[in-house]
Write a protein that binds this ligand. Structure first.
Ligand code: MG
Length: 159
């Protein structure tokens, strides 16, 4: 079976605001994120993992942050567009595993909503999507709560 694996990473700095969007879900927080789009690190890392697995470059090539049409964009649109690119190449998602790197916000209460939303975007069953979260034990820019990051790994399989 011609299976393909991809990885993605993203990070954004915190800035003014009262919520962050993670996995398509808006979560109340004492900061927002500085970004051209909605700054959803989970979905940005996920897009890069999907694109990487399919040898299609990276999110910045397809959705440049200099393009006004992506200003404030719901990053779910990026995932949907990428899933369409994969479908055109006869590929579907097998599973996706994501890790949020943040001191805050804590996402335990939102984990189910995020995984359900991401599964719908990817067109897979809920149990094919996993979300983990870790702090960095107060180390580095994430530990100092200057921003947050995310990792994603996906498997693509023939449709
Ligand atoms: Mg990003």
């Amino acid at each position: 079976m011609n299976i393909k694996v991809g990885t993605g990473f993203d990070a954004h700095a915190f800035g003014p605001g009262n919520a962050v969007v993670l996995g398509g879900i808006s979560i109340a927080h004492d900061h927002g994120v500085i970004a051209h789009s909605d700054g959803d690190v989970l979905l940005h890392a996920l897009c890069d993992a999907l694109l990487g697995a399919a040898s299609l470059g990276d999110i910045g090539q397809h959705f440049p942050d200099t393009d006004p049409q992506w200003r404030g964009a719901d990053s779910s649109r990026f995932v949907t567009a990428v899933v369409g690119m994969l479908a055109a190449r006869g590929l579907v998602v097998g599973n996706a595993d994501m890790t949020l790197l943040a001191q805050a916000p804590r996402i335990g209460a939102h984990r189910e909503a995020i995984c359900t939303h991401v599964a719908a975007l990817l067109g897979v069953e809920r149990d094919c999507v996993n979300l983990k979260a870790t702090t960095t034990e107060y180390l580095g820019f994430i530990g100092r709560s200057e921003g947050l990051g995310a990792l994603a790994t996906v498997l693509l399989v023939p449709a």
